[in-house]
Write a protein that binds this ligand. Structure first.
Ligand SMILES: [Cu+2]
Length: 173
């Protein structure tokens, strides 16, 4: 009887530990082994694949489609500021280099979680030019409250005239 209670207690502890790992989406190698990750290694994001630095920011695809790629990491968004065209469906693809973060576009109800090991994607259309603050809305550690990016929505023709490097910075040219 005592043994059985011990066993049940041990299983409960294991179960709770497992649930909390899933809940906080802690990036453990074991979790990748179990199939939680989708083959995107948070440690090498900047070095190879879709999220290398030269591929970040807004890019124009076929037929005028726009895709933004961003990395969230403690405690910045990379790039810190992105430029997108107004009135165009913009597809955001985001991932995290460490903890779970959440981009939220203040003044809209758009938001997107950035999860290590995964790419989250959503398509948003910003109807008017303007500047949006992009704070992190998921507690991610000591610097969380200072973690904020920017989004500049510019008229379509202005966006078309920007060079690729100018689509991932808000510095004036
Ligand atoms: Cu945060």
């Amino acid at each position: 009887m005592k043994k059985r209670i011990g066993f049940v207690a041990a299983m409960a502890v294991v179960g709770l530990a497992f649930l909390s790992i899933r809940y906080y989406e802690v990036d453990l190698p074991i979790w990748h082994l179990l199939g939680g990750g989708k083959g995107l290694d948070p440690a090498t994001l900047h070095l190879r694949g879709e999220f290398v630095e030269s591929n970040l920011g807004a890019a124009e695809g076929p037929a005028g489609s726009v895709t933004v790629r961003m990395i969230a990491q403690q405690f910045v968004f990379v790039p810190q500021c992105i430029v997108v065209p107004a009135d165009v469906a913009v597809t955001f693809r985001v991932t995290s280099a460490d903890a779970v973060h959440m981009l939220s576009f203040l003044g809209t109800n758009y938001g997107l979680r950035a999860v290590p090991g995964e790419v989250n994607q959503a398509t948003f259309t910003f109807t008017k030019p303007g500047e949006f603050k992009v704070p992190c809305h998921e507690f991610c550690g000591a610097g969380h409250y200072a973690m904020r990016g920017q989004l500049h929505v510019v008229p379509r023709d202005q966006f078309a005239s920007l060079l690729p490097g100018e689509r991932r910075t808000c510095e004036p040219r």
